[in-house]
Design a protein around this ligand. Structure first.
Ligand code: BTN
Length: 328
């Protein structure tokens, strides 16, 4: 049994004992290792932040679980089919997207999850950076291998946005909205960002990395001063801290269900569900398309490919494939 497997078995036994003691003899019997080896695993769990009491005549008791999105915590009770078959937790990395992309190139299976406590070079959209301090937020990347042509890749953005907003609603009770193409807002402030990265041949997707950053428990002082748009966290918006592993598990389950639905029924139901939470429909906006200038119009929705549809002043429709939307 691997060290992670052994720690997971110990945690499961603690959970079964629901805050009661588990004897060293029982742990060593189930793990098939010596009492000294059990003690070493307990020490490792303590180093990860688990508070475990030891009383010689009774055994060990789990008193507290750290607020870390550890693989052991994510896997516990995770109800998914594809996503999370392999979970890699990193205390610190440059970017979970970069790591997941490299593993994708090395042949990792669909459903791989890379999750970190902290990123030193978190990647945002359009070459920006994503603030990724330790101890507070969610930074996760998921590897998918949909049997689709590359043109379908933008549709996956809507799956991750919808999964994030559903997870936020389920865990915090807040009501997030969507801003095209892939921001999730609460009261007009950005709470999550999505960055999908594609590896493809001319006619098929090799893999897509869905990169998701959610501001869970960040305080006002922890936001960078030079933010492009107002931002918030679930703690600031809802007044309550959100356990990170619980949020991550909920998100993976939402994502798994939406991805299965997408593979079965195509993008239409998901795009319609995305649109329901987009409060820009019917509103005047301007879209900065980067190099090619500004387009002004009224949002009429999104099309099958996820492009933003704008009704222009002359009554014609513009189809926007990429850009930054501002309400005006
Ligand atoms: C945006 O600019 O809105 C997208 C931000 C995406 C950030 C997430 S955090 C996890 C994953 N790893 C990264 O380096 N970026 C994405």
């Amino acid at each position: 049994m691997s060290a992670t497997g052994a720690r997971e078995t110990i945690l499961n036994l603690f959970r079964q004992a629901s805050a009661g003691y588990v004897s060293g003899a029982r742990l060593s019997e189930v793990l098939g290792v010596s009492r000294t080896a059990v003690w070493k695993q307990i020490e490792q769990l303590r180093q990860l932040g688990y508070r475990i009491e030891a009383i010689p005549s009774r055994g060990y008791r789990l008193c507290d679980v750290p607020d870390l999105p550890l693989a052991e915590e994510l896997r516990s009770g995770l109800a998914t089919r594809r996503i999370g078959r392999e979970i890699r937790y990193l205390a610190e990395t440059d970017s979970t997207n970069r790591q997941a992309y490299a593993l994708g190139e090395a042949g990792a299976d669909e459903g791989l999850v890379v999750i970190a406590d902290r990123q030193s070079a978190g990647k945002g959209r359009m070459g920006r950076t994503w603030a990724s301090p330790p101890g507070v937020n969610l930074y996760v990347s998921i590897l998918l291998r949909p049997p689709l042509p590359p043109q379908a890749a933008p549709q996956l953005t809507f799956i991750s946005t919808l999964a994030v907003s559903r997870a936020i609603a389920a865990v915090s009770g807040l009501a997030p909205t969507h801003k095209w193409p892939n921001d999730v807002l609460i009261d007009g402030r950005k709470v999550a960002g999505l960055l999908n990265e594609l590896s493809a041949e001319s006619d098929r997707i090799r893999f897509v990395v869905l990169g998701i950053g959610v501001n869970l428990n960040m305080t006002a002082e922890q936001f960078p001063a030079d933010l492009r748009m107002p931002a918030t966290s679930l703690l600031l918006a809802g007044g309550r801290p959100v356990p990170r592993a619980l949020f991550a598990r909920t998100l993976l389950e939402e994502l798994d269900a939406l991805y299965a639905e997408f593979l079965l029924h195509g993008p239409a139901p998901l795009l319609a569900a995305w649109e329901e939470r987009c409060d820009l429909v019917g509103k005047p906006v301007e879209v900065d398309e980067g190099g090619s200038g500004l387009v002004r119009g009224t949002v009429s929705g999104i099309d099958r490919d996820g492009a933003l549809l704008l009704t222009l002043a002359d009554g014609s429709t513009a189809r926007i494939l990429a850009g930054d939307v501002r309400q005006c």
